[in-house]
Design a protein around this ligand. Sequence first.
Ligand code: AKG
Length: 275
Amino acid sequence: MPKLSSNQLQEYNDNGYVAPIEVLTKDQAFEIRKEIENIETKWPNELKGAGRNYVHMISPILDEVCHNSKMLDAVESIIGKNILICGTTLFIKNPHEKGFVSFHQDATYIGLEPHNWVTAWLAITDANKENGCMRMWSGSHKDNIRHHEQKYDEGNLLTRGQTVENVPLDETIPLILKAGQMSLHHPTIVHGSGLNKSNDRRIGFVVQSYIGSNVDQVLGKMYVQQARGDDTFKYHQHTKKPSSLMNPKDIEIRKKANNDLQRIFYPGSTKKGSF
Ligand SMILES: O=C(O)CCC(=O)C(=O)O
């Protein structure tokens, strides 16, 4: 199986990310875009706010992406063969809107311990400097969790606007991806992204994250699917694949999963962000 090469693995270990990894053809990526836009058209509120999470639970097409063998082969090289899908998020930036992502570390506020997990960012459209691709602070994953200011600022696509201050922007590396390519990043790498200044949408479908079955959720409850191997730890609630697009039973489970996710994101918090 075409797992990550030793050079790619070295890149991940040294820098905290690896890219690009070929996953889908441009046409396949476009089919995924059509599925997302079909949901947006037919069910206009479904993907808004917290609805950007767990979309794979209501769309067999998006679910299938999470089980893509090219993605899983690469992920297996990093976290081993017992792989769970513990969540997905759509990061969409529409043109001329204020969407951006402040510099942050994913491991903050997510409750997944130990850090045997990896985030897969799949480009559904091209992602480049003009439309606000992710930027990585290379090597920053080697430090511990840094202080995050909670800013709740307008346009920030993160839950609390959590921000690592004083990141040297000109030292960060843009992750330029073609539609269908993916990047993998480490739980503690500092990363973020700027505005979309292009005339088209920038869409990332993010498996957030693939976790080893030894990873527990210490802040709440998560809903997982087995992607590969076994789950002898049984820390999480396992769910089935969605049976059809927007099937009422799947919608119900997704609602539960999203409510539980809110408890993880905002434990005892008096203030809530849009997601
Ligand atoms: O899509 C973006 O610009 C940022 C996404 C992100 O922070 C993540 O996938 O961890």
